[in-house]
Design a protein around this ligand. Sequence first.
Ligand code: ADP
Length: 604
Amino acid sequence: MEKTFLKNIRGFFSAVGECLTLSWRTSRLYTVFRLLCNLIAPLLTLATAVLGKYILDLLSGSAHPDNSRIYLLVCVGGLLAVNITRSLLQKAQLYMQTMHNDLINGELAFYMMDKAGHADIEYFDNAAYYDKLSACTRDAPVIAHLLWNALFAISAVFSLTISFCALSQLNIIYGVFMICAAVPSSIVAAKYTRAIFSLSLEQINGERQKGYLQNLLLDRSFAQDLRLFGVCGPIKEKYRRLWDRMFCKRRAVNRKRSILTGVLECLPELVLVGTGLDIALHVLDGAATVGDYSLYTGLLSQLWNSVYTLSDAAMQIYDNQLKIKNIQSLDTYENHIKDSGQKSLDAVETIAFDHVSFAYPGTGKQVLQDVSFQVGKHERVALVGLNGSGKSTLIKLLLRLYDVNKGAVRINGTDIREYRLQDLRRSFSVYFQDDPSYRFNLRENITIADMEREDGDTAVIRAIRDSGAGEILDRAPAGLDTFLTRLFDNQGMELSGGQYQKLALARTFYRRHSALILDEPSSNLDPRAEHNLFLCLDRFSQGKTVLFTSHRLTNVSLANRVVVLENGRILEDGTQEELLAHGGRYAELFRYQQERFQVGGEKT
Ligand code: ADP
């Protein structure tokens, strides 16, 4: 119990420290200024109360200075100066707070992007990681708010000390009573703050599901299907059920918190009335002046207000401290793909899979089992097999998007883990069948594949024409500056799946490389585009090591050798002629496609 308490206190102060460090890092000027403002504010409140007391004493006749008019003028002038200073400080503080929040949010956004951008690809298959990432993205703006609370807390401590000391001049018990009365409601509120935060973490998965459902109706790519299926209503209903469930839980916790803290907050109110009454009795007895009554009841209110502000700010920090910890916990997701290799790789000549076995992280299923084959220098090898046989997985292992569980992948005879990761990935030009389309302009859609190239638009245009996407460029209203899709620009171009595939190929061609990897390069192309593509690939891949997958066996003629995979094992390996003559699985697949051609054209 004591340990937990100490841990919480430590966590609290470490959150305040984290906050101030972040603030200091983003802007020293704003930090110092805001800190000063928060220290000056309680002094101004005290000055107002003291000046008010003098004015009241003067008016009620309790004070008799020699020159009461000048005395009054000085007090009123003082009040005016205090009010103007307070107002100016408030304006300046508001400006600095807005700018400072912007800077902090920017800093946190960069941090999150950096984390997500460098995380191992396996984390993108991990729902827990996604939940954490969503929680952190959602909570990042709260950190700026936390800073505000930390400054508030500092100001409240200062204000509490001043009002407590000033009250002690009259009777120390008043201050002690007030502080004791405020503690129970603070403790209960802190407990519920924590419960609400835990609930929000628990509900992150539901929030993500809700976001997905909402996005289904907002995202253009689903618009056609959803209208055709007429499922807008059921999707909304599904959303409503999720929303209802989550809302009910949140309402229950919030309701309890409001009732309990509402009742407990009556205690300080009682103390305020009781002590006010006691001071009033002193005034009636002549032991205090009317000005004293005004000053000390004002100080009591200030004390109550600072206890409340302090507990509120402390609760917010307590709540946000967990959010800070949550953001920091992203660091606990360590990358498993270590970039510890020292060797440089200039050109890929040979590739060898050497007794490779692999299961995706978090799954027990062996996707590849003892796979061994080689791609010789400037050889073109086709990987063939039914869907799910492990072809794409082999490519991912070659690029070290995942590391093998057993065996090794070698390039030029060396285990790829011994090369620098950047060198390894830079050596390949890769086309993935599920390549995304970027909502950038046409030029950026190509240059993103090789940002280090500096040979300008000529190389971009050549890559586009080589990939068969020339007609897209010819139609583009603003040439290479034309945006893809109308998401950001009304003049943007909408493309078909096959056209996006051609652009993805243009990216592959644009990238300088020594080895070429193509994963189902023609799955969305029309027959003419496919034919042209393979002629182009033939030319493009001369003198290069090439590994490609294709389930259209007519395209396999491009390869010098064919490797047939089935259920993660190598079934056959040889030239196309050898495999056809052998009469095994490859010959069987070939026969299926041949028959479909004869019946009514290829349909795969
Ligand atoms: P192919 O390219 O031959 O169609 P893949 O290599 O894509 O096959 O997939 C091989 C097997 O690995 C399939 O059973 C698939 O379900 C599984 N798989 C693919 N990607 C993942 C992943 N990220 N996590 C878990 N299993 C995966």
